[in-house]
Design a protein around this ligand. Sequence first.
Ligand code: CP
Length: 306
Amino acid sequence: MEKNSIVSINDISKEEILELLKTAAYFEEHPNQKILDGKVIATLFFEPSTRTRLSFETAVNRLGGRIIGFSDPAATSTSKGETLKDTIIMVGNYADVIIMRHYLEGAAKYASEVTDTPIINAGDGAHQHPSQTMLDLYSIYKTQGSLDNLTVTMVGDLKYGRTVHSLLMALSHFNVKFQFVACDELRMPEEFRTFCDRNGIQYTEHREFSAEVINSSDILYMTRVQRERFTDLMEYERVKDLYNLHNAMLADSKPNLRILHPLPRVNEIDQDVDDNPKAYYFQQAKNGLYARQAMICKVLGIKVNQ
Ligand code: CP
């Protein structure tokens, strides 16, 4: 694998995470610079995206780099049968970094094995979404002042949700207690529960999104039930609206509680929550710009003057 690629949050040590958070804070203060002058960054999105692609592209533009790429694979030679391998080798010939989202788990890792150009995984199927995790960590740190001694409640699609999988792994470096709220069909996968058990990470599981769960949380991480991951649409219809957060449910929540969501949301957070000062999901998405500026510099080996 290309040594600077970030295909999984597990590629980054705790020290590197802390360094990236410091760099993100620096970019929040100084978002416009010419650090990427002369660099070409490719964004290859084989799956739809709003925030991830646009914040990565904004990150490059604000740092003076150039963007190539696509958001519609149907308009590329993929539609003529070109393989992912060939596409990546070709783009690797043109760009200094490849940022890619793909519907297949493991696609980013595979890409990192066929090119010497650094890859940043912008989401691969239900597997990982490390840049989302960096902005989530930055958001948690900014709102809580620490990544330690927190109760983080993850709600909704814990089975297919790549954002919760990545976030759990990243937070395992810190002293965090998890509450997993999901129906049986969308339960946190055994792989992650076993990881917690083996590493002494505390977690509890809940089918009910109760007042007790909400009121003991420092972070409420809501997720969308992802229609696109289901092979059985009847099952999707059965589970899609099981967990909905309304403003009234926050009445007795902790003062420091912040509500995060990777977005897009469908019905899981009612719009009456948006004006609650504990709602943080839009600021969270904005933080993505700074976290992604930091990640691009990292994979290029650019030391940022902080
Ligand atoms: N959170 C996230 O990945 O959003 P997009 O799908 O809009 O990029």
